[in-house]
Design a protein around this ligand. Sequence first.
Ligand code: AMP
Ligand code: GLY
Length: 423
Amino acid sequence: MNILLVGAGGREHALAWKIAQSPLLTRLVAAPGNPGMAALCETRAVGATDVEALTALAREIAADLVVIGPELSVAAGLADALQAAGIACFGPTAQAGQLESSKAFTKAFADRHGLPTAAYVVCDEAAAARAALDRFEAPYVIKADGLAAGKGVVIASTRAEAEAAIDDALGGRFGAAGARVVIEEFLEGEIGSLFALCDGEASLLFGWAQDHKRAFDGEQGPNTGGMGTYSPAPVFTPALVEQIRERLVEPAFAGIAAEGAPYRGVLFVELMATKHGPKLVEFNVRFGDPECQVLMLRLKSDLVPYLKACATGTLKDMPPPVWRDEAAACVVVAARGYPGTPASGGEIRGADQDFGPDAVVFHAGTQRDEAGILRAAGGRVLNVCGKGPDLEAALATAYGAIERIEFADGFFRRDIGWRALTR
Ligand code: AMP
Ligand code: GLY
């Protein structure tokens, strides 16, 4: 098979790494890809939202399948264009993609279809939003409505902080993404990320993991796109997984199909495991980043048939995926300043050495300069992953690999997996 993989982050590097192992693969092209992916496959300098050029590239390489990595490509309507061109695509249409691209849409969708989630109000005006805080208690949860790369959420411990967050978002900090804010009830519990595939009708659970969203150790600092993940995560008991399937996954796929936008691709259910059962925090219409990285390390089955089955409506014929009986962990190395303005251009040495059979480093935000030196080019720069017989071993492998990488501008959390380790 010829496959076009769209995206340039650590998630897409992990997908490329796994797809490259498939015996079904003839040719893999990544657009735009990154220096890490360039070591695995061809890359083409076509942006992830350039729908026309991506469609042309898919035609040029006679792609049997296009795999969409990032949400921005979904929101840009890439799946719609490919569908119109008769090219099989893993990834939902822009209409189905509204499950992620607007938090206000997601909350209303949850209400329409009876999905458990936090109580909320949506406001597009600061005075009304400030007044709406009366209906909630601290800590206040304030979210920019649109896509903000995981950075549009503030958990404010005081009313003053909540008001500042409202002013910040409605004042244009997130551009159009912050033109509306969602204020939400704070949910107590443990956070989790669960993945499910759908081909428009049939669906299949596809793994789960736990992410650490705060920038610093001890769950301190601002929210980020995710600073580290591990799988398996003990919060996912078989009973919880079953409840998530029944109360969130199946009604979501049925609901979006009933609204005329059958879902083809992977749905990422971010949930809080509360004492009243799982509650939806948000949907994402793509694999999690960096959840995908640990899933790919643990996935024993060939990934390609699952991606293809979602694109072609044959998922009901696929058996559940088989996972390695091992743990995997991913530690994000970010550039100083992230999730604000990250230090750009810092030199990285040693990221591409052989770390042994249990460690792999995915590139998330890197670039090679003209001299071939690897440099930071993003907030989250490297995803250093390890696997092993248990979580301790997986983490020791990942942290051991980090020690061997030189990146003066980088920082990372030293407590990934603490919830599982202190249980
Ligand atoms: P989101 O961008 O919606 O995934 O939110 C970022 C992070 O904020 C989540 O991973 C949670 O840890 C936290 N969060 C979001 N919504 C809530 C909520 N209603 N209650 C408690 N924590 C939340
Ligand atoms: N790690 C969470 C996300 O992909 O948004």
